[in-house]
Structures are given as structure tokens and as C-alpha cells.
Design a protein around this ligand. Sequence first.
Ligand SMILES: [Zn+2]
Length: 362
Amino acid sequence: MGLMSELNLKPGVIYGEDVRKVFQYAKDKGFAIPAINVTSSSTVVAALEAARDSKSPIILQTSQGGAAYFAGKGIANSAEKQEASVAGAIAAAHYVRSVAPVYGIPVILHTDHCAKKLLPWLDGMLDEDERFFKEHGTPLFSSHMIDLSEEEVKYNIDTTAKYLKRAAPMKQWLEMEIGITGGEEDGVNNEDVDNNSLYTQPEDIWSVVEALQAISPYFSIAAGFGNVHGVYKPGNVKLHPELLGKHQEYAVKKLGSKDNKPVFFVFHGGSGSSVQEFRTAISFGVVKVNLDTDLQWAYLCGIRDYVTKNIDYLKTQVGNPEGADKPNKKKYDPRVWVREGEKTMKARVVQALDDFNAANVL
Ligand SMILES: [Zn+2]
């Protein structure tokens, strides 16, 4: 028994009703799936390896900046077309789709925060999803995220609804954000925001559910409960994951739902939070936790330690403490030192899978 046999899933990228079933399974069993920000094939394999070894599903996502990096820093993004981010996200998607099945696990292929000014990026990806859907019967991506939390609530909900209408015929999942996540990420700076607005109210969550459920069941909500993007000094932020329980209660009452956690929640700004905070949030219906900052740090650590330890072998191509004519090729081959970053990143993802109760669920 386990997720794959119970839901009859094949390994590789999953779509549509399978995505909903996996999130429902996670909600029922009390685990969340980490969403790993990937920027290269190297970070993709670190995440896939961790999930394979932990017997877990995984979510791989590219941010607008990460997608552009995937395409190459030498390509410029225009404001109207976001061509580097569109091309990079599509390239990452094809790469993940190709390698995911050999890791033997279900993978949700997602894209991260898309603020108002970045909507041409989302439009470009949806064009490709629709083209791909015509040919193969599935969209290219399992899901996308739209983040209009900076805008007026009405605009946020109406525009999110418009995008969900576009995604619905493909049974594509859409994640939205309401309320404000503090800190700075992807060029949006909320460091000075007043503390009360960091917490979303149950009525706001209900307005989202009411508007979106009329269109499609395939959506999730990132609600602010004091979360902050990035890592700051401890004590600066007070997380209130129990607020998610209040949102669920309110939605149950409005919906008359039998499920006591009808809403799929997403935890943003997870880096630096305690295991207890994660688990409390998960118990209230969080099915996805974004992890980025801690993984950037983990990836660096392996490479930093390798370079520090081997510095006398990395100054010249030939010549090291063992002799002036000794070659250093085996030390400077990128497959050796980049791999060290993959190992430390992988270890951090394994830890996250444990923290979120997602290990050994397949
Ligand atoms: Zn967010």
C-alpha cells in the first residue's frame, strides 16, 4: 500500500485529477510535499534523488528568475514578453518530464510566484500548455502560481478566477496568494509592512474559495499567517499557523462540507521555520511547503567545503602538494565539485521530507 498503488499512479510528472488526488491524500494523511525551487539540471537531480531515496512525491518549481537562469543569464527578458523566463520554464519542464520517470516517483511540475507585472510570463507558459494539450491531452506543466496579493483583493480574486478559467479545460492546478508574505523575493519587497496585514482573515479565504470553486476544483491558497520570505533573525516573525484552522472551520460552515479541511493550503516563506510550526500548519491542511532559501544555502555548503579543503589542487591545472607535475583534472572537473553541492542540497531536501511527514509514503 501507499500513495502510488492506492491512487494508481505511474512514475513521472502527474496532471489533472491525479494532482488533486495526491494533495487530498496528503491532507488526509497529514503530510505536505516540499516544493523545491530549481534553477538548473543539477538542482533538479538533487531534489529528485532526495525524493526517490525517501520514497516521497516531490514538487519541482521554477520562479520567473529561476526560469530565466535555466535558459541562460545571457538572454534578456522584455517586460512585454518575458521571453527568457518563458523559454527557460519550458526547457526545464521538458527536462523534468524526461528524467522524472526513471526516478520512479510522482512529480508535480509547477511554476512559482507570478506577480502582476510578470503576467506575460504566465501567458507565455499557458500558450505552450494549450498547444501541448492539443497534441498530448495534458498541459506541459502540472500547475502554475499566480500572485496578485500585492493588489486590491477584488482585482486579485477576479484576475485569479480569469486564469483558472483558462486552466480549467486542461484540469491544470492553480495556486494563488492572498494576504502578504513579508520579506523580499522576486523583486517584491514587503519588509516594512505593518504586522496585522501579515495575517489573512477567514472571510478573505472564503471569498477566494467561493469564487474559484465555481470554476474548477483544482486550486490552492497561500495565505499569510505571519510568514516571511527569506531568512531573518529569529524572533522577528511570529507565525500563527493555527489561523489556518480558523479558515478551515469558516469554510466548512459555509460549504456544509463533510471534509473538515476543505481548503488546500500552501506554506510560503518556510525557510527558517521550526519543525513544530510546519507540522501544526500541515495539521490544518497545508499540502505544499515552498523551500528555497535554505536550499540555496545547502547547495553552497558542499561546494564551499570542497573548494576550501582542496584549494591547493585548484590553483593551477598542473601542480599540487603531491608534486609540481601532478595534474589536477580530477579535482576541477565540474562533475566532481558541482556534485558536492548536489549532495548537501539533497541532504537538506531529505530533512524537509522528514520534517513534513512526507518520507515513506509512496
Ligand atoms: Zn508567496
